[in-house]
Write a protein that binds this ligand. Structure first.
Ligand SMILES: *[C@@H]1O[C@H](CO)[C@@H](O)[C@H](O)[C@H]1NC(C)=O
Ligand SMILES: *[C@@H]1O[C@H](CO)[C@@H](O)[C@H](O)[C@H]1NC(C)=O
Ligand SMILES: *[C@@H]1O[C@H](CO)[C@@H](O)[C@H](O)[C@H]1NC(C)=O
Ligand SMILES: *[C@@H]1O[C@H](CO)[C@@H](O)[C@H](O)[C@H]1NC(C)=O
Ligand SMILES: *[C@@H]1O[C@H](CO)[C@@H](O)[C@H](O)[C@H]1NC(C)=O
Ligand SMILES: *[C@@H]1O[C@H](CO)[C@@H](O)[C@H](O)[C@H]1NC(C)=O
Ligand SMILES: *[C@@H]1O[C@H](CO)[C@@H](O)[C@H](O)[C@H]1NC(C)=O
Ligand SMILES: *[C@@H]1O[C@H](CO)[C@@H](O)[C@H](O)[C@H]1NC(C)=O
Ligand SMILES: *[C@@H]1O[C@H](CO)[C@@H](O)[C@H](O)[C@H]1NC(C)=O
Ligand SMILES: *[C@@H]1O[C@H](CO)[C@@H](O)[C@H](O)[C@H]1NC(C)=O
Length: 466
C-alpha cells in the first residue's frame, strides 16, 4: 500500500515537473577537471558553478570533497569510474558493489548523482587492452546501482568521436569502426537501450575545423553562419552547423546497428580560449561565441535537437570549468576553461541561456583565425625553475645525439655558456626535429613558442616552418 502510494506520488510529481515552466530544459553542465596546482577549493568551485547557472557537473572521478560540497545543491552530478579499475570490476561484482557503496551511496540522494560513467574514451586506440572489459564492467556497475536502490542513476561510458569510422562530414554515411562495431558496439548499444541510458559522446567541432580550416567555414563551426548550409546528398537533411553533422553521424551509425532511439548526451564539448602560435582559432572570441551559441541551441524552447532527430532532448557538459595549468600536450589543452584559475571569468557566459549577448562586455577581436605562416621557435618560458629546466634539457638532448651538437663544447652555440640559452636551443632543436611525430613545445610547462628569432651571431636556432 505504502509502495503504491509512493508510485502514484512519483508519477504525479513527474507530470507536474515536466510541464512546469521552471524545470530544466536540457542539462547544461560543466566538466570539473582538477589538473591544476592553483585551483579554487571544491566549495568555492561549486559556488562558481552556481553563479554560472550550471545545472550539471561532470567529475572525472568521485572526489569526496567535491561530492560533499555538492550536498544539498540542485546540480545534477556525473561521476566516473577510472579506466584503471575497469578490468577488475568487469569480473568482480563485489568490487563493483564496493565502488558504488564507497563513492556514491554516502552522498546520495542529497548530492544529486544522476550518471555513473565507466571509463573515459575507452574505445579509442590507446585503450585497446580495455575494450572487451568495458561492457561487462558497465553491467556490473549497473547491477550495483539496482542493489543499492539507486534507480535515478544511469550508467554509461563517454566515447570519443573516433568511434565513427566514416567522415563525420557526411552524416548519412555514419558507421562505427569495424574493429569495434560487432563485438563491442552492439552489446554496448543493447545495454544502453535496455537500461534506458544515453549514448555519451565527446564531440569537438573545434578539432575538426582546425584540421581543415580551409574547407570548413569557421562561422558554420561557431553556430554563427547566416548563409552556409550543407545538404546531405543521401538523407536530404540540411545542416547549419558542424556540431549537428558530427552528432548525426553517430545517430546514423546507431541506426545501422538497429538502435534508432538511444538518446544522445554530449559528455564533453568546448573551445579553447588561447593556444600556441601554431594553433589556429584558439581565442576568447571564438570560445565565447561557440559556448554561448551552444547553450542557446540546447536551451531553446521548444527543443531543437539535430536534423536527424528534430526536437530531441540533448544534454551537454561544457569542457571545462577552469584553465588547468598542469594538463600536458599543446597549449590549447590548458585553455578550455570558462574560468581562470583564480575564479574570474575568461569571458561572460550564462549557462541558463537567458542572458542576451548584447548585455555582455565586448570580446577581444581574434587575431589567429587564419593559419600562421612563418617560422616558430620553442624557448624557455619566463619563470622556469632551474632544477626542472636541467631535467627537461637532459630529456631534450637525450633522444638523439644530433639535437644538442651545437651547444656542446666547440659547437656554434656553445658560447656564451649560459644554461637558459642552451636550454632554449635544445627545446627549439628538439621540437624542430620531432614536431612531425606529434611532440609539442611544452617541456612540462617550461617552454613557449615564439615567432621572434632567438638566433645570435653564428648560432642559428633550428625552427619549425609553417
Ligand atoms: C531533458 O533531459 C534532461 C536530462 O535527462 C532532463 O533533466 C530534462 O528534464 C529533460 N527535459 C525535457 C524537456 O524533457
Ligand atoms: C586488480 O586485481 C589484481 C588481482 O587481484 C590486483 O593485483 C590489482 O592491484 C588490481 N588492480 C587495481 C587497479 O586495483
Ligand atoms: C573481488 O573483489 C573483492 C573486493 O576487492 C576481493 O576481496 C576479492 O578477492 C575479489 N575477487 C576476485 C576473484 O578477485
Ligand atoms: C549532507 O547534508 C545533510 C544536511 O545538512 C547532512 O545531514 C548529511 O550528513 C550531509 N551528507 C554528507 C555526505 O555529508
Ligand atoms: C562511407 O563510409 C565508409 C566507411 O565506413 C567509407 O569506406 C566510404 O568511403 C564512405 N562513403 C562516402 C561516400 O564517403
Ligand atoms: C530498444 O528499447 C526499446 C524500448 O525499450 C525496445 O522497444 C526495442 O526493442 C529495443 N531495441 C532493441 C534492438 O533491442
Ligand atoms: C554569407 O554571409 C556573410 C556575412 O555573414 C557574407 O560575408 C558572405 O558574403 C555571404 N556569402 C554568401 C555566399 O552569400
Ligand atoms: C585572474 O587571472 C587572470 C589570468 O591570469 C588575470 O588576467 C586576472 O587579472 C586575474 N584576476 C584577478 C582578480 O586576480
Ligand atoms: C543566472 O541566472 C540569473 C536569473 O536568470 C541571472 O540573473 C544571472 O545573471 C545569471 N548568471 C549569469 C552568470 O549570467
Ligand atoms: C649518434 O648515435 C648513433 C646511433 O645511436 C651512433 O651510431 C653515432 O656514432 C652517434 N654519433 C656520435 C657523434 O656520437
Amino acid at each position: 500500500m505504502a509502495l503504491l502510494a509512493l508510485h502514484l506520488f512519483s508519477a504525479l510529481a513527474f507530470v507536474v515537473s515536466s510541464s512546469s515552466a521552471t524545470s530544466i530544459i536540457s542539462q547544461i553542465g560543466v566538466c570539473y577537471g582538477q589538473l591544476g596546482n592553483n585551483l579554487p577549493t571544491p566549495s568555492k568551485s561549486i559556488q562558481l558553478l552556481q553563479k554560472l547557472n550550471a545545472t550539471g557537473v561532470k567529475l572525472y572521478d568521485a572526489d569526496p570533497n567535491i561530492l560533499n560540497a555538492l550536498n544539498g545543491t540542485k546540480i545534477h552530478i556525473t561521476v566516473m569510474v577510472p579506466n584503471e579499475l575497469i578490468i577488475n570490476i568487469s569480473s568482480n561484482q563485489t568490487l563493483a558493489d564496493q565502488w558504488v557503496q564507497h563513492n556514491v551511496v554516502p552522498y546520495y540522494p542529497r548530492a544529486m548523482i544522476r550518471y555513473i560513467l565507466v571509463g573515459n574514451e575507452v574505445l579509442s586506440y590507446n585503450f585497446k587492452p580495455l575494450w572487451f572489459y568495458l561492457v561487462p564492467a558497465m553491467k556490473k556497475i549497473h547491477l550495483s546501482t539496482e542493489t543499492f536502490g539507486l534507480s535515478s542513476i544511469k550508467v554509461g561510458t563517454p566515447l570519443a568521436i573516433d568511434v565513427v569510422e566514416s567522415s563525420v562530414l557526411l552524416p548519412s554515411n555514419g558507421t562505427f569502426r569495424s574493429d569495434i562495431s560487432n563485438k563491442i558496439m552492439k552489446p554496448l548499444l543493447q545495454f544502453l537501450n535496455s537500461t534506458k541510458s544515453f549514448f555519451f559522446i565527446d564531440v569537438y567541432p573545434y578539432f575538426e575545423w582546425a584540421s581543415k580550416p580551409n574547407s570548413i567555414s569557421l562561422d558554420y563551426t561557431l553556430f554563427a553562419a547566416q548563409n552556409v548550409t550543407f545538404k546531405d546528398p543521401v538523407s536530404g537533411l540540411i545542416y547549419r552547423n558542424l556540431l549537428d553533422q558530427m552528432l548525426d553521424s553517430v545517430v546514423f551509425a546507431m541506426n545501422k546497428l538497429g538502435y534508432p532511439s538511444i538518446p544522445l548526451f554530449i559528455a564533453e564539448t568546448g573551445w579553447p580560449n588561447d593556444g600556441d602560435i601554431d594553433q589556429i582559432g584558439a581565442n576568447i572570441y571564438n570560445a565565447a561565441t561557440y559556448n554561448r551559441n551552444l547553450v542557446k541551441k540546447f536551451t531553446a524552447k521548444p527543443l531543437v535537437g539535430t536534423p536527424a532527430r528534430p526536437g530531441a532532448n540533448i544534454s551537454v557538459n561544457i569542457f571545462a570549468l577552469y584553465n588547468e595549468n598542469q594538463k600536458p600536450g599543446p597549449s590549447t589543452e590548458r585553455h578550455f576553461g570558462l574560468l581562470h584559475a583564480n575564479g574570474t571569468n575568461v569571458y561572460d557566459i550564462d549557462l541558463s541561456g537567458k542572458t542576451p549577448d548584447s548585455t555582455y562586455s565586448p570580446l577581444p577581436q581574434p587575431t589567429n583565425n587564419k593559419p600562421y605562416k612563418g617560422k616558430i621557435w620553442c624557448v624557455v618560458a619566463q619563470g622556469a625553475s632551474w632544477t626542472e629546466l636541467g631535467r627537461e634539457l637532459d630529456f631534450a638532448c637525450g633522444q638523439d645525439n644530433r639535437t644538442c651538437e651545437a651547444i656542446r663544447p666547440g659547437g656554434k652555440c656553445y658560447k656564451p655558456n649560459w644554461f637558459v640559452l642552451h636550454a632554449s636551443y635544445a627545446f627549439s632543436s628538439y621540437w624542430a626535429q620531432f614536431r612531425q611525430t606529434g611532440e609539442t613545445c611544452f617541456f612540462n610547462g617550461l617552454a613557449v613558442q615564439t615567432s621572434k628569432d632567438p638566433s645570435y651571431l653564428s648560432c642559428q636556432f633550428p625552427s619549425v616552418n609553417l
